[in-house]
Design a protein around this ligand. Structure first.
Ligand SMILES: *Cc1c(COP(=O)(O)O)cnc(C)c1O
Length: 342
């Protein structure tokens, strides 16, 4: 980047990020489009960055982190990626697709026990995984120790496993999302838009962390806010600030972001992670019918519901606003769809 507003340290950050090994899975800048009817309805200028249209592996934000993680795995001569989460995880599906694309195996770990129906993301992960393990424990964190255990087992078998934490939430993966912030910045210059607020959904926090780091390194052109869909606000803010600081350190940057600088809103998890809420269902119906854009029930539907509510009650945001459509549509097709009440 050649922008005079950037000081030397910041230049150094983008240069180091550019030369970090990365496998190009995206190929292109994702679409940034106005949501005309929604903007009219809400009386606020709203745009959408369509990371759901990343074509590789059925897309979504996880592909951005994986571009860097898979390059690191290949550099370490790994022959199998090991990751996990819930059965409808976009992250696990995207990781399995990435592994196979690069000729590697993939082992998956899911919390709980095997569901009867092999649908949505699970259908893809199940088809691609060389082995599928269930923790038989409903705690989501049970996945973490099982990933470690499976890696040790694979090492004993002479394999070269590369573990990727739940959600791909690690410092290296977050750097892929810092690049997304730069991509949006350059795209906005081209399209003559000066967004003031970026809204996204937060699960494990790696995406928000990367966007926040990138935003800082761009000189804070906008505010990043997110809606948590799984953890408590306080917990996720700690996680995000930790990831920002670790990611900055990977590129030798002296940057400390406190958890009080991280803006995460709660109140839209509903009955729990991965359980569709009434508000998300109505946000999904609205976006599909007024814009022809499909959101997902686990992440983007809940974040959109939160964003619309905040605009409705009048406290609102600074505009223009860009909503990051981080993908996740395969989970729309899981289950009987009764939650949509159509
Ligand atoms: C994983 C995911 C998110 C959240 O990303 P994190 O880095 O886990 O916070 C948002 N939207 C979709 C569709 C996702 O799959």
């Amino acid at each position: 980047m050649t922008m005079s507003i950037l000081n030397n340290g910041v230049h150094d950050f983008w240069q180091r990020l550019q030369i970090l090994p990365r496998i190009s899975l995206l190929r292109n800048t994702t679409l940034l489009q106005p949501l005309r009817r929604l903007s009219e309805m809400l009386q606020a200028e709203i745009w959408c960055k369509r990371d759901d249209l990343i074509s590789f592996g059925l897309g979504g934000n996880k592909i951005r982190g994986l571009e860097i993680l898979i390059a690191d795995a290949l550099r370490q001569n790994a022959d199998i990626l090991v990751t996990g989460a819930g059965v409808q995880s976009n992250h696990v599906r995207a990781t399995a697709m990435t592994a196979r694309h690069m000729g590697l195996d993939c082992q998956t770990v899911f919390w709980g026990s095997a569901p009867k129906c092999v649908d949505g993301n699970y259908r893809i992960s199940r088809m691609l995984a060389s082995s599928v393990v269930f923790t038989e424990n409903p705690e989501r964190s049970s996945v973490d120790s099982e990933i470690t255990r499976q890696c040790k087992k694979l090492l004993r078998q002479g394999r070269k496993p590369y573990p990727i934490p739940r959600g791909g939430a690690c410092a290296l993966g977050a750097l892929g999302h810092a690049l997304a912030a730069e991509e949006l910045y350059l795209q906005c210059l081209k399209q003559n838009i000066i967004p003031k607020t970026i809204v996204m959904a937060t699960g494990s926090g790696g995406t928000h962390a990367g966007w926040l780091l990138g935003t800082k390194m761009l000189g804070n052109p906008w505010r990043i806010v997110s809606y948590t869909v799984s953890r408590e606000v306080e917990e996720v803010c700690v996680q995000i600030s930790r990831l920002v600081n670790e990611a900055a350190k990977l590129l030798d940057q002296e940057l400390i972001v406190g958890e009080d600088e991280v803006i995460v809103y709660g109140g839209f998890i509903g009955d729990g992670y991965g359980i569709p809420s009434v508000e998300a269902a109505s946000a999904i119906r609205l976006l599909a019918s007024c814009e022809g854009i499909l959101l997902d029930p686990t992440y983007t539907g809940k974040a959109m519901a939160g964003m619309m509510e905040k605009i409705h009650i009048g406290s609102g945001f600074n505009y223009p606003l860009v909503f990051i459509h981080s993908g996740g549509e395969p989970s729309f097709f899981a289950g009987d769809g009764k939650w949509l009440s159509i």
